[in-house]
Every structure is written in C-alpha cells, then in structure tokens.
Design a binder for this molecule. Structure first.
Ligand SMILES: *[C@@H]1O[C@H](CO)[C@@H](O)[C@H](O)[C@H]1NC(C)=O
Ligand SMILES: *[C@@H]1O[C@H](CO)[C@@H](O)[C@H](O)[C@H]1NC(C)=O
Length: 385
C-alpha cells in the first residue's frame, strides 16, 4: 500500500515534467519491488525531497493537472504508451489497453458484450486492469474508457481524477460504417435537444454526407444547424419540421462508397420543462351540501399537451369525479403561451369530501404535483342549534 502511495507521489511530481519519464520510473520501481524491498524507500525519497528543497519545482507542482491519465495501450513496437485521443487499428489486429490502479472499471462499445467467441476479455491485476480485443472487427469501433475506483472495505466510489479514454477506429476496407443490427431506425427529432444520427465510420478519413430519401437530395451540412462528428455521426442541433422523414448517410473512401442504416426522423415538439401547475379551490371551506370545484392550471409552451390527473378524498369511496378541461392561448409578458386547465367539480359536498385535493400536471418532460385542502363543515342551519 505504502509503495503505491509513494509511487503516485513520484508520478504526480514527474508527471508534469514528462509522462514518459513516469513510465520509466514505474518500471524501475516495479523491478525494485521484485528484488530488494529496502531499496524502494531510497528510490522514492530523493524525488520527494527535490520538490521540497527547490522552490521552482514547487511552483510547477501547483500546475499539476487534477486529472491523471491512467490509460496506456500496447503500441506496434510492443511498448505501453499513452494513447492519443483516437487510435486507428486495422480490423483483425489486437487491441490491448491497460489502466493503472487496483480497482478499475471499463466502458466499451456494447457490441463487445455480445461477443461469445472469446475475442474480448478484461483481466484485473493487482496494479492494473487490462482490456484485450483480438481478431477485431469494424463493429468494435468506438470509445474505450476506464476510471479508477476508490474502495474501502464496503463500497467503491468513482475517482474522477483518475480516468483514461481513447476512441478506436477499427478500419475495414469493406465496411466504412460501424455495422449495426438495424436496417432501419426511428429517431425522435426532439425540439428540446440535439438529435444524433449515429452513422459512425470505421475510418476517420472517410468522407461522409447526409442524404434525404425522398425527394432524393443531399442535405447541406453547414456546420451550424447540422454538424458531423467523426466519433458520433451527424448531429442536428435544431429540430425543424422540415428535417423529418427518412435520411441516411453516405461514406466514401478510396473509391468505395457505402450507405448507412436508414433513419426515420420523427419531429416531436418537446416541452423544455415539466408544466408549472397551480391549484385553486373555489372555496377552501364549504358546508355539507354545497357545490365546490378545484381548478388546476398550467401555463406553458404553445402546442404542448398537458395531462391532468386528480387525487381526492372521496376517490376510494366512489365519489364521481367530473372534470372539465380546456386550453387557451394567452399573452404573458408579450409572449404567446398556452394556458391548460382542468376543473374538478364536486356536487353537493359530503363529509367524505373533506381533505386533500391533489392535481398532477404532466407533459413529455415530467410532472408537477400541487395540492390544497378543502374543509367540508357540517351544515349549520338555524333550526339545528
Ligand atoms: C482469431 O483468429 C485466428 C485465425 O483466424 C483463429 O485461429 C483464432 O481462434 C481466433 N481467436 C479467437 C479468440 O477468436
Ligand atoms: C366553480 O365554483 C365557483 C364558485 O361556486 C363558480 O362560480 C364557478 O362557476 C365554478 N366553476 C365551474 C367550472 O363550474
């Protein structure tokens, strides 16, 4: 344990100067660990002293990045190196990634979980975890991530400062798109967030364009409304009804041209937030036999449907619930909004109607619940006193 801590300290210090240096150091410490234990202290201590005695180094150590990259990959030369943001590996070759730490979690393309031919493995060792993909295919293309877990005897917590990731393209001269199981995919074109068309390529050098099926045309990708990300596919930043319909991507590279899965874009007007509801009773205190009602209102965006549901004291006793719903457009602060409302009518109040009235207003984004009390008082007639 102590060795590990000291090693991290050495690494932290040296990390600023040179990551590769740290790698070397790691190897030295490991070699020593195999041999004589007493040497470890000697090797580590001078490095710490250095930081203390030299104010210059101290200044540098302030700049130590809060993130420690813990991932390395096995390069062609058979050495473990820090991977760049993207790696390009010809399909068929082996990918070996390692992450330093004694508790490591991984994220990788979900396709690998379906592998049952033993091409994919993760092995945990004392000081690192290793992910291996052999006989790789274009479908293994995607992001590979790892992070360290801080574990005590009971639980583990993600240590956000120690992570690593790289995006690996497994290039296949016959597959320009990462294969998927679907020939056709329906995607909601939501107004409240960007839409992704996941036509991911296996080769970062492939040229990719976006096409509409009918009328057949190329959809201009101007870098504003629609952008292309080589790791993600096309991103539609603003959903417009005119983008709805069937679209697909076309990739070309070295004379080969291929089409992606088709995407059916369904325009969906999404609210930006759950409805803001309010509730009001015609009276919060009524006498037995009196009619009363409760009004639940939600002010929101135009053309956004709001569903109202009610919970009230007489519900279980089978008191009938009459509701009346309506919508109207109103101007609020110069903006056109939609006022949705539901009125719960209670005829001839009874003692069982006494209690809490709850209104739940819901739209595609979520719901809000509001409530109020209604007291049903015994009838007070002059004759009964
Ligand atoms: C990888 O491919 C080689 C050659 O085709 C084959 O002999 C081997 O069994 C494969 N390994 C796995 C784990 O699929
Ligand atoms: C609700 O009750 C108030 C007060 O009794 C009444 O004026 C109003 O018309 C009622 N609303 C509906 C929709 O019946």
């Amino acid at each position: 344990m102590r060795l590990g801590l000291a090693f991290v300290l050495v690494c932290l210090t040296v990390f600023v100067l040179e990551f590769v240096e740290c790698q070397k150091e790691s190897r030295t410490v490991k070699n020593v660990a195999k041999g004589k234990k007493q040497n470890i202290g000697k090797k580590v201590k001078p490095a710490i002293k250095k930081t203390k005695s030299k104010p210059k180094v101290k200044k540098v150590s302030v700049k130590v990045p809060s993130r420690i990259l813990i991932m390395t990959h096995l390069s062609e030369k058979g050495r473990f190196r820090k991977p760049s943001d993207t790696l390009v590996v010809p399909a068929g070759e082996r990918l070996v990634l390692r992450c330093k730490g004694n508790h490591i979690s991984w994220a990788y393309p979900s396709y690998l979980d379906e592998d049952d031919e033993g091409r994919f493995s993760i092995t945990h060792r004392e000081r690192f975890s290793q992910l291996t993909v052999v006989n790789s295919t274009a479908a293994d293309t995607g992001e590979y991530r790892c992070w360290a877990l801080d574990c005590d005897t009971e639980t583990c917590r993600k240590d956000d400062s120690k992570t690593g990731s790289t995006y690996v393209f497994f290039t296949d001269p016959r597959e320009l798109f990462v294969p998927t199981n679907d020939y056709y995919e329906a995607i909601q074109l939501r107004t409240d967030r960007p839409t992704r068309l996941p036509c991911q390529v296996t080769n970062p050098l492939a040229k990719v364009s976006l096409h509409r099926e009918f009328p057949p045309e190329v959809i201009p990708v101007n870098g504003k409304l629609i952008t292309f990300d080589v790791k993600k596919g096309f991103i539609i930043h603003k959903a417009l009804p005119l983008f709805a319909g069937t679209v697909y991507c076309v990739a070309s590279y070295q004379g080969l041209m291929q089409s992606s899965t088709k995407y059916l874009l369904i325009f969906t007007n999404y609210p930006s937030a759950p409805p803001l509801a309010k509730i009001k009773a015609s009276s919060n205190s009524v006498s037995v036999g009196e009619n009363f009602n409760l009004t639940c209102t939600a002010l929101g965006e135009i053309d956004i449907e709001v569903d109202f549901t009610w919970e009230f004291p007489g519900e279980q006793l089978g008191r009938p619930a009459y509701t009346r719903e309506s919508q109207e457009s109103v101007y609020v602060d110069g903006q056109l909004r939609q006022l949705s409302q539901s009125v719960l009518l209670v005829d001839e109040g009874r003692p069982v109607d006494n209690g809490l009235y709850k209104c739940v207003a819901q739209n595609l984004q979520g719901k809000t619940t509001v409530s109020t009390h209604v007291k049903v008082l015994p009838r007070t007639s002059p004759g009964q006193t």
